[in-house]
Design a protein. Sequence first.
Length: 183
Amino acid sequence: MASESDERAERIARITTAFRMLIWINMRRLWRLLQGFGLTHPQFITLLALSRHPFPCPMNGLTAALMHDAPTMTGIVDRLVKMGLVERTRSETDRRLVLVQVTPAGADLVRQIDQKFTEDDFFGYAALSNEELGHLEKLLNHVLRMHVRRYATAENVHAHIDFDEMETLLRDPIAYVRQDDRK
């Protein structure tokens, strides 16, 4: 007869496997969707970050927020500029500073992609009742909070991080990272 800790370990393993499969499936969905719009995943993440930031962003801020090295970020931005989705300018106060911002076409493309992904999600959860969705949301938020706290502690980074700050990170990653650099 299996002990309670063995049963718990097996259950946790099944949950971990389910999360990994959900991540894999969602990434595949996103990659296929982005392919249809002519974008790679790094290009979309860059475009998304810029579209959520209300001001032109210095390249070094974008590089830090998206955790790329400078040459990689330059290549991504170069391709987005060629596509007419972002534009580069120089700072009026410091001509050495290169600023990047989303164009109206880039912002519109992000809205289209978000809308398509949201529509697909809506149909994906159609089999769940509102009550089941509420339970799922509550449980996933609880699990996410636990993992965020554990990650912050284990990595000894952003030990002050909390769930609301994670939501801020998702809304405007550039502002979040720049704010964190000032602390």
